[in-house]
Design a binder for this molecule. Structure first.
Ligand SMILES: Nc1c(/N=C/[C@H](O)[C@H](O)[C@H](O)COP(=O)(O)O)[nH]c(=O)[nH]c1=O
Ligand SMILES: Nc1c(N[C@@H]2O[C@H](COP(=O)(O)O)[C@@H](O)[C@H]2O)[nH]c(=O)[nH]c1=O
Ligand SMILES: [Zn+2]
Length: 360
C-alpha cells in the first residue's frame, strides 16, 4: 500500500457518511505503522467523535510513532469535541498526512500549525482533489454563508419536463429516479415552487430501498396558494414555506402547526433572499427540483453551483410543452451561462449529466 492507498481508505470511509454528518463535513482517518493499519475511523454524526478520535482509540498506545492519514485538517478548536490536533500530539504520532485544509475559520491552518509546533511532520495535499470534492458543499457554505445549490432537471431529449397539460409521469426510469432520491438524502434541503406542488403534489421525500434522510422541504409560495391536502403539508417530513407580505399566515399556521412559514416583507421573493434565509438557518446544501420558472431565477442570477440534468431517450414535441427552464429569453446567445461537463453517466436507459459553471 502506498501513501495514496492509505488516504484512499480514509476517503472511502468518509464518502460512505455523506448525508449523515451535516452540518459537519464528512471525514475519514487511518492510523498506520510499519505498513500495518492500526485504526480506521470516520465522523458519523454531528456532535459525536471525530474521525481521528475513532482511529486513535482503535490504535491505542501502539499509535506512538505511527502515521495518520486524515481527509481533512485535524481540528484545533474546542467544539462539541476536544481538538484532534491535541489528541494526535498526545499520542505522539510520527507524521500526519492531511488531504486538504479546513476553511472553517476556527481551524483554517491552525490545526497544521499546532502539529508542526509540536514537532510532528505534516504533509498537506495527498488526494487533495478528491477530498475537496467530498466536502465541496460544506466548504462553499463555510465561505459564502449560503447553501451550495444543485439544480435538478429530468427532461425528454427535446428538453421538455411536462406536456402542455402538465403531465410528467414518468419521464425518466427507475434507476434515474433512485439516483434522485440519493441526492435528496445527500442534500440538507429540497426546494420547489408552489406550481410544482399544485401540479404534481410531490412528496419530496427520500424513498430508497435502504432508507435515507428526508431533506427539509422548502416551498416558494408568494401568495400561500398551496393546496390544503398537499402531501408536503400533511406527512411528518419537515417543510418550510417562504411567502410574501400579503397572506394571513396566522390562520395557515393554526391549520399546519408543524410547517414553518417564513413571511417576507415584500412580494418579490428574490433568490438572494431565499439563499440568505436558508443559510442563516444552517442549510448547507439545497437541491432545487423546479419547476421551470424557479430554475430560470437561479440561472439568471447565476446562483447555482451544479446542475444535474437527467435526460430520457424520449421526444415529446410541442412548443407549448413545458421546457426545463422557463423565464424570459436573453436577447443574445452570448448571455448564456457558460458551464462545463463534469460527468456523463448512463443510468438504465437514461443519461445523467453533471455540469458546473466554468472557472473563468
Ligand atoms: N416527472 C419526473 C420528475 N418529476 C419531478 C417533480 O418535480 C416532482 O419532484 C415529482 O413529482 C417527484 O414526486 P415525489 O417527490 O417522488 O413524490 N422527476 C424525475 O426525476 N423524473 C421524472 O420523470
Ligand atoms: N468532522 C470533523 C472535523 N470537523 C471540523 O470541526 C467542526 C465541528 O466541530 P464539533 O462541533 O466539535 O464537531 C466542523 O465545522 C469542521 O470544521 N474536524 C476533524 O478534525 N475531524 C472530523 O472528523
Ligand atoms: Zn477534530
Amino acid at each position: 500500500m502506498t501513501h495514496d492507498d492509505y488516504m484512499k481508505v480514509a476517503l472511502s470511509v468518509a464518502e460512505a457518511t455523506v448525508g449523515q454528518t451535516s452540518p459537519n463535513p464528512s471525514v475519514g482517518a487511518v492510523v498506520v505503522k510499519n505498513r500495518k493499519i492500526l485504526g480506521i475511523g470516520s465522523h458519523l454524526e454531528p456532535g459525536k467523535e471525530h474521525a481521528e478520535v475513532h482511529a486513535l482509540k482503535q490504535a491505542g498506545s501502539s499509535a506512538e510513532g505511527a502515521d495518520i492519514y486524515v481527509t481533512l485538517e485535524p481540528c484545533s478548536h474546542y467544539g462539541k469535541t476536544p481538538p484532534c490536533a491535541d489528541l494526535i500530539i498526545e499520542h505522539k504520532l510520527r507524521k500526519v498526512y492531511v488531504a486538504c485544509l479546513d476553511p472553517n475559520p476556527a481551524v483554517a491552518g491552525k490545526g497544521v500549525e499546532k502539529l508542526r509546533q509540536a514537532g510532528i511532520e505534516v504533509e498537506v495535499g495527498l488526494q487533495e482533489t478528491r477530498a475537496t470534492e467530498l466536502n465541496s458543499k460544506f466548504f462553499h457554505f463555510i465561505q459564502s454563508k449560503r447553501p451550495y445549490v444543485t439544480l435538478k432537471v429530468a427532461m425528454t431529449l427535446d428538453g421538455k419536463t411536462a406536456t402542455s397539460t402538465g403531465d410528467s409521469r414518468w419521464i425518466t426510469s427507475e434507476k434515474a429516479r433512485i439516483d434522485v432520491h440519493k441526492q435528496r438524502h445527500i442534500h440538507d434541503a429540497i426546494l420547489v415552487g408552489v406550481n410544482t406542488v399544485l401540479k404534481d403534489n410531490p412528496h419530496l421525500t427520500t424513498r430508497l430501498p435502504q432508507g435515507g434522510k428526508n431533506p427539509i422541504r422548502v416551498i416558494l409560495d408568494t401568495h400561500l396558494k398551496i393546496q390544503e391536502h398537499a402531501f408536503v403539508l400533511n406527512d411528518d417530513a419537515p417543510t418550510k414555506i417562504i411567502c410574501g407580505s400579503n397572506p394571513d399566515i396566522e390562520s395557515f399556521k393554526l391549520k399546519h402547526p408543524n410547517v414553518q412559514v417564513i413571511q417576507l416583507t415584500t412580494d418579490d421573493i428574490t433568490t438572494e433572499d431565499v439563499l440568505d434565509i436558508l443559510g442563516e438557518q444552517g442549510i448547507q446544501s439545497l437541491y432545487v427540483e423546479g419547476g421551470s420558472t424557479v430554475h430560470a431565477t437561479f440561472i439568471e442570477r447565476r446562483l447555482f453551483n451544479e446542475c444535474h440534468w437527467y435526460i430520457a431517450p424520449k421526444l415529446l414535441g410541442g412548443a407549448d410543452a413545458i421546457s426545463a427552464v422557463g423565464g424570459k429569453s436573453p436577447t443574445f446567445m452570448k448571455e448564456a451561462a457558460l458551464l462545463e461537463f463534469t460527468s456523463v453517466e448512463q443510468l438504465g436507459q437514461d443519461i445523467k449529466l453533471i455540469v458546473r459553471p466554468n472557472k473563468e
